[in-house]
Design a protein around this ligand. Structure first.
Ligand SMILES: NC(=O)c1ccc[n+]([C@@H]2O[C@H](COP(=O)([O-])OP(=O)(O)OC[C@H]3O[C@@H](n4cnc5c(N)ncnc54)[C@H](OP(=O)(O)O)[C@@H]3O)[C@@H](O)[C@H]2O)c1
Length: 339
């Protein structure tokens, strides 16, 4: 019998990927930003494995894969979890898109995570534009460039080779748009199984979401709670806090849960895979448990569909190139810009 800090794994829904492979319907994010140390994040990963999380969203740029790797190794050594039960993802950072660099990046990630393969490897951003971690939102790198289909596909070819080599089960993209996907998907020998995108009640990206589902690509939703405690450099005065909207608050009251939990129930019932972050056991436990009990009604899902505010939180302005008009250019809102 599961204790009150362990969820019955058989009750956690899974999603089916394009080839029939299974992935949990929810995962844990591991980006501590500048609020939590790698030790705090990896301790949370250890606790999350114990309570039943099996999907972990990692990335080289989060600067904590070595600490998380120790946790994975210990959990497998003491029999808490078997490797094949875990679904571990990571991402190649923007400064590692060059020829041969993707393999080098993966090799470091495998070493750090202490794994022989990872389940999914993402291209973190579709640009090779580097910015120093934690840098100011207004800072620009003069070497930054707009999207180039040829450059992106050269990176994708390296990703495909990792699948061929058995080092990665699936490959994915992140922070893409429909115009970019239209250009690159016809040229992918191995299609992306997953695409990470910002998804929360106030930013539902309906068109992109439907487009991916229509192509057999599973959407993974980051900032699923609306990243309420993100750094000030990532906030603008127009941003809406999902957990403070009347729609989310009223439904939270009806279910007697924190509004964060409503955002996650909505995400899972809609069909994306949310990857909420928290280092607090009570929070990450309730985030997982909410996928197994007390679902939202059809009427509540409808109400939350109406919570859309077109509020993109991660605008990505630090990746802009010289001559760009504003962050909208990264998302092709004024037409696709390529060079
Ligand atoms: N692919 C990409 O480019 C990309 C971009 C951004 C993020 N991501 C991934 O997505 C993950 C999640 O994004 P995020 O951390 O920005 O946003 P988020 O998951 O929407 O928000 C996380 C915050 O929500 C609060 N929270 C979590 N569970 C809660 C609960 N049950 N009750 C109350 N508050 C709760 C926590 O605040 P407190 O800490 O104050 O408790 C936590 O710091 C990241 O960790 C990362 O893995 C990927």
């Amino acid at each position: 019998m599961p204790s009150n800090t362990t969820i019955d794994l058989s009750k956690i829904p899974t999603r089916t990927l394009f080839d029939g492979g299974q992935i949990p319907c929810i995962g844990m994010g591991t980006f501590g930003s500048d609020r939590f140390t790698p030790e705090q994040v990896s301790e949370a990963v250890a606790g999350a494995i114990r309570c039943g999380y099996r999907l972990f969203d990692c990335a080289a740029v989060y600067g904590n894969e070595d600490k998380i790797g120790r946790v994975f190794a210990a959990a497998m050594a003491d029999g808490t979890v078997r490797r094949e039960e875990l679904f571990v993802t990571s991402k190649v950072w923007n400064d590692m898109h060059g020829r041969g660099d993707v393999l080098i990046s993966l090799a470091q990630t495998l070493k750090d995570l202490q794994l022989e393969y990872i389940d999914a490897f993402f291209v973190h951003w579709p640009f090779p534009n580097y910015h120093a971690p934690g840098c100011d939102g207004d800072s620009r790198n003069p070497d930054s460039v707009p999207f180039s289909p040829e450059r992106f596909l050269a990176t994708w070819r390296q990703m495909e080779k990792l699948v061929d080599a058995g080092l990665v089960r699936y490959i994915g993209m992140s922070n893409m748009t429909i115009p970019k996907l239209e250009v690159v998907l016809p040229h992918c020998r191995i299609q992306p199984a997953l695409i990470e995108m910002e998804l929360h009640p106030c930013f539902q990206q309906r068109e992109l979401y439907e487009y991916c589902v229509g192509k057999g690509i599973q959407p993974v939703g980051f900032c699923p709670i609306g990243s309420p405690t993100r750094p000030d450099r990532d906030k603008t005065p127009d941003d809406v806090a999902d957990i403070e909207t009347p729609e989310v608050q009223a439904i939270a009251k009806a279910h007697n849960v924190h509004p964060a939990v409503i955002c996650l129930k909505w995400a899972v019932q809609r069909g994306q895979i949310p990857i909420p972050f928290s280092v607090h056991e009570a929070e990450y436990l309730s985030n997982l448990r909410c996928t197994t009990e007390d679902p939202l009604t059809a009427a509540e899902m409808e109400t939350l569909a109406g919570a859309e505010r077109n509020c993109r939180l991660i605008k990505g302005q630090v990746f802009l190139w010289e001559g760009a008009k504003g962050w909208e250019d990264l998302w092709d809102l004024n037409g696709i810009i390529t060079r």
